[in-house]
Design a protein around this ligand. Structure first.
Ligand SMILES: Cc1cc2nc3c(=O)[nH]c(=O)nc-3n(C[C@H](O)[C@H](O)[C@H](O)COP(=O)(O)OP(=O)(O)OC[C@H]3O[C@@H](n4cnc5c(N)ncnc54)[C@H](O)[C@@H]3O)c2cc1C
Length: 465
Protein backbone atom coordinates (compact mmCIF):
# COMPACT_ATOMS: atom_id res chain seq x y z
CA UNK A 1 0.00 0.00 0.00
CA UNK A 2 1.30 3.48 -0.87
CA UNK A 3 -0.62 5.21 1.94
CA UNK A 4 -2.71 4.51 5.01
CA UNK A 5 -4.95 7.51 4.25
CA UNK A 6 -5.50 9.60 1.13
CA UNK A 7 -7.32 12.90 1.68
CA UNK A 8 -8.93 14.12 -1.54
CA UNK A 9 -9.25 17.92 -1.85
CA UNK A 10 -7.06 20.61 -0.29
CA UNK A 11 -9.76 23.09 0.73
CA UNK A 12 -10.01 24.22 4.34
CA UNK A 13 -11.71 20.97 5.34
CA UNK A 14 -9.16 18.73 3.57
CA UNK A 15 -6.27 20.65 5.18
CA UNK A 16 -7.89 20.51 8.63
CA UNK A 17 -8.50 16.76 8.27
CA UNK A 18 -4.86 16.29 7.18
CA UNK A 19 -3.72 18.27 10.24
CA UNK A 20 -5.82 16.20 12.68
CA UNK A 21 -4.63 12.93 11.12
CA UNK A 22 -0.98 14.04 11.15
CA UNK A 23 -1.08 13.67 14.95
CA UNK A 24 -1.11 9.88 14.42
CA UNK A 25 1.46 7.39 13.15
CA UNK A 26 -0.06 7.12 9.70
CA UNK A 27 1.29 7.46 6.19
CA UNK A 28 -0.90 10.23 4.69
CA UNK A 29 -1.13 12.13 1.41
CA UNK A 30 -3.48 14.89 0.27
CA UNK A 31 -4.34 15.37 -3.41
CA UNK A 32 -5.44 18.81 -4.69
CA UNK A 33 -6.10 19.64 -8.33
CA UNK A 34 -5.14 23.33 -8.13
CA UNK A 35 -1.74 25.04 -7.81
CA UNK A 36 -2.37 25.94 -4.21
CA UNK A 37 -4.29 24.68 -1.21
CA UNK A 38 -7.43 26.56 -0.11
CA UNK A 39 -7.97 27.90 -3.59
CA UNK A 40 -11.73 28.28 -3.19
CA UNK A 41 -11.86 29.96 0.21
CA UNK A 42 -13.72 33.31 0.36
CA UNK A 43 -12.10 36.12 -1.73
CA UNK A 44 -11.74 38.85 0.88
CA UNK A 45 -10.08 36.67 3.50
CA UNK A 46 -12.69 37.24 6.17
CA UNK A 47 -15.21 34.73 7.37
CA UNK A 48 -17.75 35.01 10.12
CA UNK A 49 -17.33 32.41 12.82
CA UNK A 50 -21.01 31.84 13.61
CA UNK A 51 -22.26 30.70 17.02
CA UNK A 52 -25.14 28.49 15.83
CA UNK A 53 -27.97 30.93 16.71
CA UNK A 54 -28.75 31.95 13.10
CA UNK A 55 -28.89 28.36 11.79
CA UNK A 56 -32.36 26.81 11.38
CA UNK A 57 -30.90 23.28 11.12
CA UNK A 58 -30.19 21.81 14.56
CA UNK A 59 -27.34 19.52 13.45
CA UNK A 60 -25.59 22.28 11.44
CA UNK A 61 -26.07 24.63 14.39
CA UNK A 62 -24.40 22.07 16.66
CA UNK A 63 -21.40 21.80 14.30
CA UNK A 64 -21.16 25.61 14.40
CA UNK A 65 -21.29 25.67 18.21
CA UNK A 66 -18.55 23.05 18.56
CA UNK A 67 -16.44 24.68 15.82
CA UNK A 68 -16.86 28.15 17.33
CA UNK A 69 -15.65 26.92 20.73
CA UNK A 70 -12.40 25.64 19.13
CA UNK A 71 -11.41 28.79 17.21
CA UNK A 72 -9.73 30.83 19.92
CA UNK A 73 -7.25 28.07 20.75
CA UNK A 74 -6.50 27.10 17.14
CA UNK A 75 -6.00 30.65 15.84
CA UNK A 76 -3.78 31.57 18.77
CA UNK A 77 -1.67 28.44 18.29
CA UNK A 78 -1.30 29.08 14.53
CA UNK A 79 -0.97 32.90 14.74
CA UNK A 80 -4.01 33.40 12.48
CA UNK A 81 -5.93 36.73 12.57
CA UNK A 82 -9.10 36.22 14.63
CA UNK A 83 -11.35 38.63 16.47
CA UNK A 84 -14.18 37.85 18.84
CA UNK A 85 -16.25 40.92 17.96
CA UNK A 86 -19.78 39.67 18.73
CA UNK A 87 -22.88 40.24 16.62
CA UNK A 88 -26.43 41.53 16.74
CA UNK A 89 -29.29 39.72 15.02
CA UNK A 90 -31.64 42.67 14.63
CA UNK A 91 -35.42 42.75 14.13
CA UNK A 92 -36.51 46.06 12.61
CA UNK A 93 -40.27 45.67 13.05
CA UNK A 94 -42.84 43.84 15.16
CA UNK A 95 -43.18 40.81 12.84
CA UNK A 96 -39.41 40.32 12.65
CA UNK A 97 -39.33 40.81 16.43
CA UNK A 98 -41.55 37.73 16.92
CA UNK A 99 -39.18 35.66 14.74
CA UNK A 100 -36.11 36.91 16.58
CA UNK A 101 -37.76 36.05 19.92
CA UNK A 102 -38.45 32.50 18.62
CA UNK A 103 -34.86 32.24 17.35
CA UNK A 104 -33.59 33.25 20.78
CA UNK A 105 -35.78 30.71 22.60
CA UNK A 106 -34.67 27.97 20.18
CA UNK A 107 -31.02 28.88 20.78
CA UNK A 108 -31.52 28.69 24.55
CA UNK A 109 -33.13 25.23 24.15
CA UNK A 110 -30.14 24.18 22.05
CA UNK A 111 -27.92 25.18 24.97
CA UNK A 112 -26.12 27.98 23.08
CA UNK A 113 -24.29 30.22 25.51
CA UNK A 114 -23.19 33.86 25.36
CA UNK A 115 -26.50 35.24 24.07
CA UNK A 116 -28.85 37.91 25.39
CA UNK A 117 -32.13 39.31 24.09
CA UNK A 118 -32.31 43.11 24.08
CA UNK A 119 -35.13 45.54 23.33
CA UNK A 120 -34.72 48.54 21.05
CA UNK A 121 -34.07 50.94 23.94
CA UNK A 122 -31.27 48.83 25.45
CA UNK A 123 -29.59 48.47 22.07
CA UNK A 124 -29.75 52.19 21.35
CA UNK A 125 -28.07 52.85 24.70
CA UNK A 126 -25.28 50.39 23.83
CA UNK A 127 -24.93 51.40 20.18
CA UNK A 128 -25.83 55.08 19.94
CA UNK A 129 -24.80 55.45 16.28
CA UNK A 130 -26.71 52.53 14.75
CA UNK A 131 -28.77 54.01 11.92
CA UNK A 132 -31.84 51.74 11.97
CA UNK A 133 -35.06 51.31 13.87
CA UNK A 134 -34.69 48.38 16.24
CA UNK A 135 -37.58 46.42 17.68
CA UNK A 136 -35.50 43.69 19.30
CA UNK A 137 -32.11 42.05 18.92
CA UNK A 138 -30.15 39.00 19.98
CA UNK A 139 -26.68 39.94 21.17
CA UNK A 140 -24.35 37.02 20.36
CA UNK A 141 -21.09 37.45 22.24
CA UNK A 142 -19.26 34.50 20.69
CA UNK A 143 -19.59 35.43 17.01
CA UNK A 144 -16.17 36.28 15.56
CA UNK A 145 -14.23 36.97 12.36
CA UNK A 146 -11.28 34.94 11.12
CA UNK A 147 -8.91 35.05 8.15
CA UNK A 148 -9.93 31.79 6.46
CA UNK A 149 -7.00 31.49 3.98
CA UNK A 150 -4.54 31.92 6.80
CA UNK A 151 -6.29 29.26 8.79
CA UNK A 152 -6.46 26.80 5.88
CA UNK A 153 -2.81 27.45 4.97
CA UNK A 154 -1.76 27.09 8.63
CA UNK A 155 -3.53 23.72 8.89
CA UNK A 156 -1.73 22.66 5.68
CA UNK A 157 1.70 23.89 6.82
CA UNK A 158 1.53 22.08 10.18
CA UNK A 159 0.25 18.90 8.50
CA UNK A 160 3.14 19.15 5.99
CA UNK A 161 5.70 19.65 8.78
CA UNK A 162 4.31 16.52 10.44
CA UNK A 163 4.81 14.36 7.39
CA UNK A 164 1.69 14.71 5.23
CA UNK A 165 2.61 14.44 1.55
CA UNK A 166 0.82 17.18 -0.47
CA UNK A 167 0.28 16.46 -4.16
CA UNK A 168 -0.75 19.70 -5.83
CA UNK A 169 -1.88 20.11 -9.45
CA UNK A 170 -3.09 16.54 -9.47
CA UNK A 171 -6.72 15.79 -10.27
CA UNK A 172 -8.50 12.69 -8.98
CA UNK A 173 -10.21 10.99 -11.89
CA UNK A 174 -11.46 7.79 -10.32
CA UNK A 175 -11.66 5.86 -7.05
CA UNK A 176 -11.70 2.07 -7.33
CA UNK A 177 -12.37 -0.39 -4.50
CA UNK A 178 -9.76 -3.12 -4.40
CA UNK A 179 -9.54 -6.12 -2.06
CA UNK A 180 -7.69 -4.48 0.85
CA UNK A 181 -8.39 -0.78 0.24
CA UNK A 182 -8.66 1.65 -2.67
CA UNK A 183 -6.95 2.56 -5.88
CA UNK A 184 -7.00 6.31 -6.60
CA UNK A 185 -6.48 7.23 -10.23
CA UNK A 186 -5.31 10.80 -10.93
CA UNK A 187 -4.35 12.58 -14.14
CA UNK A 188 -0.71 11.80 -13.26
CA UNK A 189 -0.54 8.67 -11.07
CA UNK A 190 -2.23 5.67 -9.52
CA UNK A 191 -2.04 5.27 -5.73
CA UNK A 192 -3.14 2.49 -3.45
CA UNK A 193 -4.36 3.24 0.08
CA UNK A 194 -6.18 1.61 2.96
CA UNK A 195 -8.64 4.47 3.52
CA UNK A 196 -9.97 7.55 1.71
CA UNK A 197 -11.41 10.80 3.03
CA UNK A 198 -13.08 12.57 0.16
CA UNK A 199 -13.62 16.30 0.81
CA UNK A 200 -14.29 17.40 -2.79
CA UNK A 201 -17.83 18.80 -2.67
CA UNK A 202 -19.84 18.24 -5.82
CA UNK A 203 -17.45 15.64 -7.30
CA UNK A 204 -19.09 12.22 -7.67
CA UNK A 205 -17.26 8.98 -8.35
CA UNK A 206 -18.81 5.53 -8.92
CA UNK A 207 -18.07 4.75 -5.29
CA UNK A 208 -20.47 7.54 -4.26
CA UNK A 209 -23.43 5.97 -6.02
CA UNK A 210 -25.24 5.21 -2.75
CA UNK A 211 -24.62 8.79 -1.61
CA UNK A 212 -27.63 10.04 0.34
CA UNK A 213 -26.90 13.68 -0.17
CA UNK A 214 -27.90 15.59 -3.26
CA UNK A 215 -27.68 19.36 -3.48
CA UNK A 216 -31.04 20.82 -2.49
CA UNK A 217 -30.64 23.65 -4.94
CA UNK A 218 -30.81 25.94 -1.93
CA UNK A 219 -28.80 28.71 -3.54
CA UNK A 220 -29.25 32.46 -3.16
CA UNK A 221 -26.99 35.27 -4.37
CA UNK A 222 -24.64 37.12 -2.05
CA UNK A 223 -24.19 40.65 -3.38
CA UNK A 224 -21.11 41.94 -1.60
CA UNK A 225 -19.50 45.37 -1.37
CA UNK A 226 -16.10 45.81 0.21
CA UNK A 227 -16.07 49.31 1.70
CA UNK A 228 -12.99 51.37 2.44
CA UNK A 229 -14.09 52.18 5.97
CA UNK A 230 -14.06 50.46 9.30
CA UNK A 231 -17.25 50.23 11.39
CA UNK A 232 -19.62 50.85 8.50
CA UNK A 233 -22.59 50.85 10.89
CA UNK A 234 -20.57 52.66 13.56
CA UNK A 235 -20.16 49.49 15.58
CA UNK A 236 -17.42 46.87 15.89
CA UNK A 237 -20.08 44.17 15.97
CA UNK A 238 -21.31 42.09 13.06
CA UNK A 239 -24.84 43.11 12.09
CA UNK A 240 -27.34 40.58 10.72
CA UNK A 241 -30.76 41.94 9.88
CA UNK A 242 -33.59 41.75 7.36
CA UNK A 243 -34.87 44.65 5.29
CA UNK A 244 -38.57 45.28 4.54
CA UNK A 245 -38.29 43.11 1.39
CA UNK A 246 -37.16 40.16 3.53
CA UNK A 247 -33.60 40.29 2.17
CA UNK A 248 -30.88 39.34 4.65
CA UNK A 249 -28.40 42.16 5.25
CA UNK A 250 -25.00 41.64 6.86
CA UNK A 251 -22.25 44.03 7.81
CA UNK A 252 -18.85 42.73 8.94
CA UNK A 253 -15.60 44.48 9.85
CA UNK A 254 -13.08 42.22 8.19
CA UNK A 255 -9.66 41.33 9.55
CA UNK A 256 -7.83 43.72 7.21
CA UNK A 257 -9.52 46.95 8.26
CA UNK A 258 -12.37 47.24 5.73
CA UNK A 259 -16.08 46.60 6.03
CA UNK A 260 -18.01 44.07 4.06
CA UNK A 261 -21.65 44.84 3.31
CA UNK A 262 -23.71 41.89 2.04
CA UNK A 263 -27.27 41.58 0.74
CA UNK A 264 -28.58 38.04 0.28
CA UNK A 265 -31.11 38.05 -2.55
CA UNK A 266 -32.69 35.67 -5.06
CA UNK A 267 -31.36 37.63 -8.08
CA UNK A 268 -28.17 39.56 -8.88
CA UNK A 269 -28.19 43.25 -7.92
CA UNK A 270 -26.45 45.77 -10.16
CA UNK A 271 -24.07 48.30 -8.59
CA UNK A 272 -26.70 51.05 -8.19
CA UNK A 273 -29.32 48.74 -6.67
CA UNK A 274 -26.78 47.47 -4.16
CA UNK A 275 -25.58 50.97 -3.33
CA UNK A 276 -29.17 52.08 -2.70
CA UNK A 277 -29.62 49.21 -0.21
CA UNK A 278 -26.33 50.12 1.46
CA UNK A 279 -27.24 53.82 1.69
CA UNK A 280 -30.41 52.95 3.62
CA UNK A 281 -28.10 51.92 6.47
CA UNK A 282 -24.98 53.97 5.79
CA UNK A 283 -26.11 57.17 3.99
CA UNK A 284 -22.68 58.78 3.72
CA UNK A 285 -21.05 56.03 1.64
CA UNK A 286 -20.17 57.13 -1.88
CA UNK A 287 -19.06 55.26 -5.00
CA UNK A 288 -15.42 56.11 -4.33
CA UNK A 289 -15.61 54.31 -0.97
CA UNK A 290 -16.49 50.99 -2.66
CA UNK A 291 -13.32 48.96 -3.19
CA UNK A 292 -14.95 45.90 -4.71
CA UNK A 293 -18.43 44.82 -5.76
CA UNK A 294 -19.03 41.17 -6.57
CA UNK A 295 -21.57 38.39 -6.47
CA UNK A 296 -21.13 34.85 -5.19
CA UNK A 297 -23.46 31.94 -4.60
CA UNK A 298 -24.84 31.42 -1.14
CA UNK A 299 -25.20 27.75 -0.26
CA UNK A 300 -27.25 26.31 2.54
CA UNK A 301 -26.98 22.55 1.81
CA UNK A 302 -26.54 20.54 4.96
CA UNK A 303 -23.01 19.19 5.31
CA UNK A 304 -23.14 15.41 5.24
CA UNK A 305 -20.35 13.39 6.80
CA UNK A 306 -21.13 10.05 5.18
CA UNK A 307 -19.27 7.30 7.02
CA UNK A 308 -21.63 4.50 5.94
CA UNK A 309 -18.66 2.86 4.15
CA UNK A 310 -16.25 3.35 7.07
CA UNK A 311 -15.92 -0.42 7.54
CA UNK A 312 -14.51 -0.44 3.99
CA UNK A 313 -12.38 2.62 4.78
CA UNK A 314 -14.24 5.41 2.95
CA UNK A 315 -15.62 8.70 4.35
CA UNK A 316 -17.14 11.42 2.19
CA UNK A 317 -17.81 14.98 3.33
CA UNK A 318 -20.24 16.66 0.98
CA UNK A 319 -22.50 19.69 0.74
CA UNK A 320 -21.80 23.40 0.61
CA UNK A 321 -22.78 25.67 3.44
CA UNK A 322 -22.33 29.36 4.24
CA UNK A 323 -20.82 28.48 7.64
CA UNK A 324 -18.42 25.76 6.52
CA UNK A 325 -15.34 27.58 7.83
CA UNK A 326 -16.99 27.75 11.26
CA UNK A 327 -17.73 24.02 11.19
CA UNK A 328 -14.27 23.03 9.93
CA UNK A 329 -12.53 22.31 13.28
CA UNK A 330 -15.46 20.21 14.50
CA UNK A 331 -15.83 18.28 11.21
CA UNK A 332 -12.09 17.56 11.03
CA UNK A 333 -11.94 16.31 14.62
CA UNK A 334 -15.01 14.13 14.20
CA UNK A 335 -13.78 12.54 10.96
CA UNK A 336 -10.34 11.94 12.40
CA UNK A 337 -11.71 10.28 15.55
CA UNK A 338 -13.84 7.92 13.44
CA UNK A 339 -10.95 7.00 11.16
CA UNK A 340 -8.26 6.44 13.80
CA UNK A 341 -10.50 4.07 15.72
CA UNK A 342 -11.05 2.15 12.49
CA UNK A 343 -7.33 2.06 11.68
CA UNK A 344 -6.34 1.43 15.32
CA UNK A 345 -3.83 4.25 14.84
CA UNK A 346 -1.59 5.46 17.68
CA UNK A 347 -0.69 9.06 18.52
CA UNK A 348 2.80 10.11 17.33
CA UNK A 349 5.35 10.89 20.01
CA UNK A 350 7.15 13.46 17.84
CA UNK A 351 4.10 15.45 16.61
CA UNK A 352 4.91 19.19 16.58
CA UNK A 353 1.77 21.23 17.12
CA UNK A 354 3.30 24.50 16.02
CA UNK A 355 3.34 26.62 12.88
CA UNK A 356 6.72 27.98 11.81
CA UNK A 357 7.09 31.62 12.88
CA UNK A 358 5.41 34.17 10.67
CA UNK A 359 6.07 37.93 10.87
CA UNK A 360 3.52 40.52 9.78
CA UNK A 361 5.59 43.70 9.57
CA UNK A 362 2.57 46.03 9.70
CA UNK A 363 1.49 44.57 13.05
CA UNK A 364 4.90 44.90 14.74
CA UNK A 365 6.11 47.71 17.01
CA UNK A 366 9.09 49.75 15.78
CA UNK A 367 11.32 47.91 18.26
CA UNK A 368 10.22 44.53 16.90
CA UNK A 369 10.65 45.80 13.33
CA UNK A 370 14.22 46.88 14.02
CA UNK A 371 15.01 43.53 15.62
CA UNK A 372 13.67 41.73 12.57
CA UNK A 373 15.59 43.94 10.13
CA UNK A 374 18.80 43.36 12.08
CA UNK A 375 18.35 39.61 11.44
CA UNK A 376 17.27 39.96 7.80
CA UNK A 377 17.59 43.26 5.92
CA UNK A 378 14.87 42.22 3.45
CA UNK A 379 12.32 42.95 6.19
CA UNK A 380 13.42 46.58 5.87
CA UNK A 381 12.32 46.86 2.24
CA UNK A 382 8.61 47.60 1.87
CA UNK A 383 7.21 46.22 -1.39
CA UNK A 384 3.46 46.82 -0.94
CA UNK A 385 3.10 50.36 0.40
CA UNK A 386 -0.65 50.23 0.99
CA UNK A 387 -0.48 47.12 3.20
CA UNK A 388 3.11 47.62 4.43
CA UNK A 389 4.33 44.22 3.25
CA UNK A 390 8.09 43.76 3.07
CA UNK A 391 10.31 41.76 0.73
CA UNK A 392 11.20 39.52 3.69
CA UNK A 393 7.56 38.53 4.13
CA UNK A 394 7.15 37.78 0.41
CA UNK A 395 10.28 35.62 0.36
CA UNK A 396 9.09 33.80 3.48
CA UNK A 397 5.66 33.20 1.85
CA UNK A 398 7.44 31.56 -1.11
CA UNK A 399 9.95 29.54 0.95
CA UNK A 400 7.56 28.31 3.65
CA UNK A 401 6.21 24.76 3.55
CA UNK A 402 3.63 24.59 0.73
CA UNK A 403 4.91 28.04 -0.26
CA UNK A 404 3.33 30.41 -2.77
CA UNK A 405 4.09 29.70 -6.44
CA UNK A 406 1.77 32.28 -8.01
CA UNK A 407 1.03 35.98 -7.46
CA UNK A 408 -2.31 34.96 -5.96
CA UNK A 409 -0.47 32.61 -3.56
CA UNK A 410 1.73 35.51 -2.37
CA UNK A 411 -1.32 37.77 -2.10
CA UNK A 412 -3.21 35.29 0.08
CA UNK A 413 -0.26 34.65 2.37
CA UNK A 414 0.91 38.25 2.84
CA UNK A 415 -1.97 40.61 1.94
CA UNK A 416 -0.07 42.32 -0.92
CA UNK A 417 -2.31 44.10 -3.49
CA UNK A 418 -5.25 44.14 -1.03
CA UNK A 419 -4.67 47.88 -0.51
CA UNK A 420 -6.05 50.96 -2.25
CA UNK A 421 -3.81 50.78 -5.35
CA UNK A 422 -4.74 47.10 -5.84
CA UNK A 423 -1.24 46.26 -6.98
CA UNK A 424 -0.60 49.18 -9.35
CA UNK A 425 2.60 49.97 -7.41
CA UNK A 426 3.85 46.53 -6.35
CA UNK A 427 2.60 43.95 -8.84
CA UNK A 428 5.72 43.90 -11.06
CA UNK A 429 7.99 43.77 -8.00
CA UNK A 430 6.12 40.73 -6.67
CA UNK A 431 6.45 39.03 -10.07
CA UNK A 432 10.22 39.72 -10.07
CA UNK A 433 10.66 38.31 -6.55
CA UNK A 434 8.65 35.21 -7.46
CA UNK A 435 10.74 34.66 -10.60
CA UNK A 436 14.00 35.09 -8.68
CA UNK A 437 12.98 32.87 -5.75
CA UNK A 438 11.53 30.07 -7.88
CA UNK A 439 14.32 30.28 -10.43
CA UNK A 440 11.98 30.96 -13.32
CA UNK A 441 11.76 33.49 -16.10
CA UNK A 442 9.33 36.37 -15.61
CA UNK A 443 7.29 35.07 -18.53
CA UNK A 444 6.76 31.76 -16.65
CA UNK A 445 5.12 33.37 -13.60
CA UNK A 446 1.41 32.72 -13.17
CA UNK A 447 -1.23 34.99 -11.71
CA UNK A 448 -3.21 32.13 -10.16
CA UNK A 449 -4.21 29.08 -12.18
CA UNK A 450 -2.79 27.04 -15.03
CA UNK A 451 -2.08 29.17 -18.11
CA UNK A 452 -2.68 32.53 -16.35
CA UNK A 453 0.73 33.96 -17.32
CA UNK A 454 1.21 37.55 -16.10
CA UNK A 455 3.48 38.31 -19.07
CA UNK A 456 2.02 37.22 -22.38
CA UNK A 457 5.28 37.36 -24.33
CA UNK A 458 8.41 39.37 -25.06
CA UNK A 459 8.25 42.53 -27.11
CA UNK A 460 11.94 43.26 -26.64
CA UNK A 461 14.86 41.77 -24.77
CA UNK A 462 15.49 42.89 -21.18
CA UNK A 463 17.43 41.50 -18.27
CA UNK A 464 15.20 42.54 -15.44
CA UNK A 465 11.82 44.08 -14.81
C1 LIG B 1 -18.71 34.04 -0.69
C2 LIG B 1 -18.53 33.08 0.44
C3 LIG B 1 -18.55 33.54 1.73
C4 LIG B 1 -18.37 32.65 2.79
N1 LIG B 1 -18.41 33.13 4.05
C5 LIG B 1 -18.29 32.28 5.10
C6 LIG B 1 -18.37 32.77 6.41
O1 LIG B 1 -18.52 33.98 6.65
N2 LIG B 1 -18.24 31.88 7.44
C7 LIG B 1 -18.07 30.55 7.24
O2 LIG B 1 -17.99 29.81 8.22
N3 LIG B 1 -17.99 30.05 5.98
C8 LIG B 1 -18.11 30.88 4.91
N4 LIG B 1 -18.07 30.40 3.62
C9 LIG B 1 -17.94 28.95 3.40
C10 LIG B 1 -16.54 28.52 3.15
O3 LIG B 1 -15.62 29.50 2.74
C11 LIG B 1 -16.51 27.41 2.12
O4 LIG B 1 -17.69 26.68 2.14
C12 LIG B 1 -15.35 26.49 2.45
O5 LIG B 1 -14.15 27.17 2.14
C13 LIG B 1 -15.45 25.18 1.71
O6 LIG B 1 -14.33 24.39 2.08
P1 LIG B 1 -14.19 22.89 1.58
O7 LIG B 1 -12.85 22.45 1.98
O8 LIG B 1 -15.34 22.08 2.03
O9 LIG B 1 -14.41 22.96 0.02
P2 LIG B 1 -13.47 23.59 -1.15
O10 LIG B 1 -12.81 24.84 -0.71
O11 LIG B 1 -14.35 23.62 -2.35
O12 LIG B 1 -12.34 22.47 -1.26
C14 LIG B 1 -12.43 21.36 -2.08
C15 LIG B 1 -11.09 21.24 -2.79
O13 LIG B 1 -11.12 20.07 -3.58
C16 LIG B 1 -10.44 20.34 -4.78
N5 LIG B 1 -10.91 19.38 -5.77
C17 LIG B 1 -12.13 19.33 -6.37
N6 LIG B 1 -12.17 18.30 -7.23
C18 LIG B 1 -10.98 17.69 -7.17
C19 LIG B 1 -10.43 16.55 -7.83
N7 LIG B 1 -11.12 15.85 -8.72
N8 LIG B 1 -9.15 16.20 -7.54
C20 LIG B 1 -8.42 16.89 -6.62
N9 LIG B 1 -8.90 17.98 -5.98
C21 LIG B 1 -10.16 18.36 -6.24
C22 LIG B 1 -10.82 21.78 -5.10
O14 LIG B 1 -9.89 22.38 -5.98
C23 LIG B 1 -10.83 22.42 -3.73
O15 LIG B 1 -9.60 23.01 -3.40
C24 LIG B 1 -18.22 31.26 2.55
C25 LIG B 1 -18.18 30.79 1.22
C26 LIG B 1 -18.34 31.70 0.18
C27 LIG B 1 -18.34 31.17 -1.23
Amino acid sequence: MDYDVLVLGGGIIGCAVAYELSKYSLNIALIEKEYDIADEVAMVNSSIVYDGVENSDTLMSKLEVIGNSMFEEITEKFNVPFKKCGSYIIAQNYEQGKKVQEQYEKAIKRGISGIEILDGLSISKLEKQLNMSIEKAIYCKNTSVVAPYDLAIAYGEVAFDNGVNFKLEEEVIDIKKVSNGYKIVTNKNKFSCKTVINTTPGVHYDIDENEKHKSEGNINILNSMLINKRNLFDTEKIILTQNDKGEIIKSVNNVSGNSLFIAETSTNFDFNEMKAVLNNYAPGIEEKDVKEFYQTKYHKDPIIIDDSLIDNGYIKISGKHYAQVTMTPSIAKMVCETLVVNLKAKLKKDFIDKRRDIFRFRELSNKERNQLISVDKKYGKVICLCQTVTEGEIIDAIRRPLGARTVEGVRRRTGVTFGDCEGAYCFDRIVSILARETNKGINQILKSSKGSFVVKGRIKEFNEM
